[in-house]
Design a protein around this ligand. Sequence first.
Ligand SMILES: [Zn+2]
Length: 515
Amino acid sequence: MKAMNGTWLMRGKHVLTDQRKKEKGVLRDGAIAIEGDRIAAVGGFSELEKKYSGARVLGDGKQLLMPGLIDAHSHGRGMSPIQKGVKNDFLENALFDWAYMHLLPPELCAGMTAYHHIRSGCTLLHHNGFDDDGPIGRSRAHQAIKVYLDSGVRLAFSPGVRDESKLALDEFAFFKTLPADLQEWAKPRVQYDKAQIEADYFALYAELLSRYDGGDTRILLSPSWAHGLTEKFARRVVDTAAGKTQIHMHTLQSPVQKAYGLRRHGKPTMQWLDEVGLVAKNVTFGHAIHVTQADIELMGRRGASVTNHPSCNFIMRNGITPVMQMRKAGVTVAMGMDDKTINDDEDAVMELRMMHKVHRLSSYELTEPPMDAYEALEIATINGARVCGFDGQVGALAPGMKADAVLVDLERVENEPWLDPRSDIVEAFVQRAMGSDVDTVVINGRVAMEQRRLKMLGVDALFREVREFCSKGLPEEQRKRAEMLARIKPYAQKWYKGWDEPMVNEPFYRVNSRI
Ligand SMILES: [Zn+2]
């Protein structure tokens, strides 16, 4: 669907224009005027209606009009592990268990991902790929990007690879612990051509960059993991980004990874990253749960960012990212859903609520304010825009910004049976709304969903194709591979035993005490 011709209006009983301004950023009976892909004006509805007389109006005047939410860390898997037949556990275990999940074709994954995001008011998503399988990864990236762009969602896309520690951390030493028959199978998964991985990766990045990066889409760089990265690769990423392109990387997700950093580099991971130039304004760390106070201060000094994935961090038994401490130190924190959310359906509004709830824990100092709804929203909008490469262009509603906005029905929030008018509407939204209350989604001046119907994505056909694909079961080759990985898993569990013991001694969050 093309952008609507001429100027048109989106109208709200409440209009949240800029989360950073708190209550002052909320207009009553307001509207935005949209021209092409941009917001032309923000103001009172009656005033804009007069100024643009005859313009089409979206919104019934009873809704909340607000900036679209942003998922700054997704892998675009489209369905959860449980939907694909696997339970989640510690990351180190899951990396083996996930081999049993259906490997849906990229267009179905992207279709399901776009569907979940748009229907819960998410207008921009960052798809972080795992593309270290050469030509397959390349065609997968193109197929996924096409579906995203056709669905209407705004996209940041990063191809991602690891060039070491793929099978397990400290892979060569781990390999030696395997019995002979498993060693034979595991050999190519430990001894691989790093130069080829590097060449393929930067060729893919350059290709995606020249083809898609521009006004409405961003291509980012991603060494997938700080714990699967050689110094050579890291330095090339830094050079390629040249301080401008956003770099995204999983970092310190588990205590095992924290221990591994010390083992691998003889110093904390964050310190090593800093020495290679990877703690910087254009760098975002996914998770960053097992950071130290010194790491946080370093990230703050360098102006680095973090994506926090509160539900995923619980699901994977990894802990809690010290978000409040990070914000205090000047770290930009954005929201990521990481394909694993509290309702198992990538509902961006529910994840926003997780953000708001999880990080209210941090202090017993009674005068210390908790995270408020505006801060949670700033994380899930403005900060997301920044780490996805759209700083200042999306995330708020202001003249000149891209028109990414959503209308939320307030019937449940306000009228079941009563919301006191003294209550802040943004607090009410964050504490009471659900993705299913989002009625209309506009992205880049185009209507992607209206009255809960997706306009550019055939949802029925998508569901049918997913069912058809998954009902066939796992291909023989995949099943065999998964069985071999399942046999290796107990060796990995033994391998990591005790690594984390000194790593979680002085937690940021005091939740209770044994004594
Ligand atoms: Zn992730």
